[in-house]
Design a binder for this molecule. Structure first.
Ligand SMILES: [Zn+2]
Length: 174
């Protein structure tokens, strides 16, 4: 169950799952919109949104090329903003929505933040640290485990990245 997503009665389990998925889709659309901002800067479209109590408290998009900064990932900006909003590094009750499975740096930052829950869209078979290449988010030997929900709007997120690279290739041919 989502933190901050509560009911005053006991609905059927399937109903709970549908409602929770509706929420995930809603926030993931915001993360996809955030990713568009990266594409507009010439960066690979990856976006992240931090949500607590039905409010966005952090957002970020990939700015690696634009900022010439290897750490300028969407998730890092969203985690930083969320920590600023909460007044501390411990992100209690926060769910992070990312359009792509996080890399090792970002997954490490999520563990550092004691993030309760991550929802991501598309897997990253080349660099994903949420289970694809390695699993830092649920590592037995680390002192915190992040609940992970994957595959929410995965096709849309993957298409967004594919379209971005197709656009670059088309520009290169001109
Ligand atoms: Zn990253």
């Amino acid at each position: 169950m989502q933190p901050g997503f509560r009911y005053g009665f006991d609905p059927a389990p399937s109903y709970v799952i549908i409602r929770a998925m509706d929420q995930h889709v809603y926030w993931m659309r915001m993360a996809l919109a955030e990713a568009e901002k990266a594409a507009a800067l010439g960066d690979v479209p990856i976006g992240a949104i931090a949500v607590r109590d039905e409010c966005i408290i952090g957002r970020g998009h990939n700015r690696k090329e634009h900022d010439r900064d290897p750490t300028a990932h969407a998730e890092i900006f969203a985690l930083r903003e969320a920590a600023q909003a909460l007044g501390g590094w411990r992100l209690l009750g926060v769910t992070l929505y990312c359009t792509l499975e996080p890399c090792a740096m970002c997954a490490g930052a999520m563990v550092q933040a004691r993030l309760p829950c991550l929802v991501y869209a598309a897997p990253d078979p080349k660099a994903g640290a949420g289970g694809s290449v390695m699993d830092l988010l649920q590592h037995e030997q680390l002192n915190h485990r992040v609940e992970v929900i994957s595959g929410v709007l995965a096709d849309e997120a993957a298409a967004q990245i594919r379209d971005f690279f197709a656009g670059l290739r088309a520009q290169g041919k001109k």
